[in-house]
Design a protein around this ligand. Structure first.
Ligand SMILES: [Zn+2]
Length: 452
């Protein structure tokens, strides 16, 4: 048997095993895993790790927020993802008040399809005006949106009764609800107090969004989910207070899951005290917390009380961040990490001894696929999409805006050095990045229909 492509002599790392093996690819699929395979084309991966393509289930590309649009579009965002070893992302759809969910989905796909370099899925957002459209959810699920985003904050915030209605509707189709859990009433009151008192610097941003109340919101929506009988996934967990609620629910046997992000694992809230726009750049929600929280989050990943590392990648341009320096609550919220996630979790997780190689792959590749209905992705197994990363554990990478392929032109990780970085990224059998060179065309990525 001669395969189209064979990745030879690599150390194949999955969520459950680490073995020396060759991987044979036919067309877009993994066709064999074994010894001494031969192909029309071969890549020598001796000394390298071969992992499933990484999956980022939480990104916001060209997302409108107020007067601004997040800086990476579906091209630059998926390009940066590919350089970082990510082969699938999940972004979002929001409906206009008078628009059906299916029409909004079609419009979002029309934006993404010509630009994407890698495969993508979409979460359907259920905002307050969508409560009247819950009967559309079966149709949306059938169209490939298997997960639904619920907000407990911002203008899209659902009140508890609406959360109950939305969770019930998602449960009825066996979908996955994902939630932004914060206590919006408390946040609004604290922001009003601070702004009235002239406390308008970014320093006050994390102090307006207390960890304790992030945990309270998570506990509340977990209880509503328990009452409904649905599974639930908590987005961007920033603190031990929320981990504790997820852990307690899991001990009760509930199907509750959570993710955290590089900004919470690698950074701390002293960044908000940097002068000028530097203090505005890290504004995101939930906020980046005190340094001690990082240890809890790494432990939660190791203990599988958190299952996933995603990014919540949503940067804005420097001048947009700077334009609202007079009031921290108006600074467009969101930070970038779509390119560094896989390498950063390897460095700070595996190299520092917080995670095993297999836990790294589980958190960045396999669990995201399993929890979000990406049935052909996230694992190295016969029949799966040949989405693969050849990861060089000896390859150094120093983060600068110039070394990244993101559009924002700034990064919170500037100056950090990582040892271990993707060398080659394959998407459905096609080499899309090799040795720092992009080899693929926009539009080659596909919308992936997800289901459970
Ligand atoms: Zn987000």
């Amino acid at each position: 048997m001669t395969y189209d492509l064979v990745i030879k002599n690599g150390t194949v790392v999955t969520a459950v095993s680490t073995t020396k093996a060759d991987i044979g690819i036919i067309g877009e699929k993994i066709a064999a895993i074994g010894q001494d395979l031969s192909g029309k084309r071969e890549i020598d991966a001796a000394g390298k790790l071969v992992t499933p393509g990484a999956i980022d289930v939480h990104v916001h590309l060209e997302m409108p927020i107020g007067d601004f649009i997040s800086t990476d579009d579906f091209y630059t965002g998926t390009r940066a993802a590919a350089f970082g070893g990510t082969t699938t992302i999940i972004d979002f759809v929001e409906t206009a008040p008078d628009e059906t969910m299916l029409a909004a989905l079609a419009a979002r796909r029309a934006k993404a399809d010509p630009k994407v370099l890698i495969d993508y899925g979409l979460h359907m957002t259920i905002g307050p005006t969508d409560i009247a459209k819950l009967d559309q959810i079966p149709g949306v699920y059938a169209a490939g949106c298997a997960s639904f985003k619920l907000y407990m904050a911002y203008g899209l915030r659902l009140h508890d009764g609406e959360l109950l209605q939305a969770l019930t509707a998602v449960c009825d189709v066996d979908g996955m609800p994902v939630v932004h859990a914060e206590n919006w009433d408390v946040i609004c009151a604290l922001i009003a107090q601070n702004v009235a008192g002239g406390r308008v610097e970014p320093h006050w941003h994390p102090r307006s969004r207390p960890a304790l109340l992030e945990g309270e919101a998570a506990a509340r929506v977990i209880d509503i989910a328990d009452y409904v009988g649905t599974r639930l996934y908590i987005f961007h967990v920033s603190c031990q207070e929320t981990v504790a609620q997820i852990a307690a629910a899991r001990l009760r046997g509930l199907p509750i899951y959570g993710e955290t992000c590089p900004q919470y694992l690698l950074l701390d809230w002293s960044l908000y005290d940097l002068p000028g726009v530097a203090g505005a750049l890290p504004v995101c929600s939930p906020p980046i917390r005190e340094q001690a929280q990082q240890t809890y989050l790494w432990q939660a990943l190791a203990q599988e009380n958190l299952q996933v590392v995603s990014t919540d990648h949503c940067p804005f341009a420097l001048d947009e961040k700077a334009s609202r320096l007079g009031n921290y609550s108006q600074i467009p919220g969101g930070v970038p990490s779509i390119e560094i996630r896989f390498g950063a979790v390897y460095q700070r997780g595996v190299q520092n001894g917080a995670l095993t190689l297999n836990q790294w792959v589980a958190a960045c590749c396999t669990r995201p696929a399993q929890l979000f209905g990406l049935q052909q992705k996230g694992d190295i197994a016969v029949g799966f999409d040949a989405d693969l990363v050849i990861f060089d554990p000896e390859r150094p990478f120093t983060v600068t805006p110039e070394s990244l392929h993101e559009a924002a032109g700034w990064t919170l990780y500037e100056g950090m050095s990582f040892l271990g970085w993707p060398q080659t990224t394959l998407s459905r059998g096609e080499i899309i990045v090799h040795d720092g060179e992009l080899l693929a065309q926009p539009g080659r990525g596909r919308f992936v229909k997800r289901a459970f």
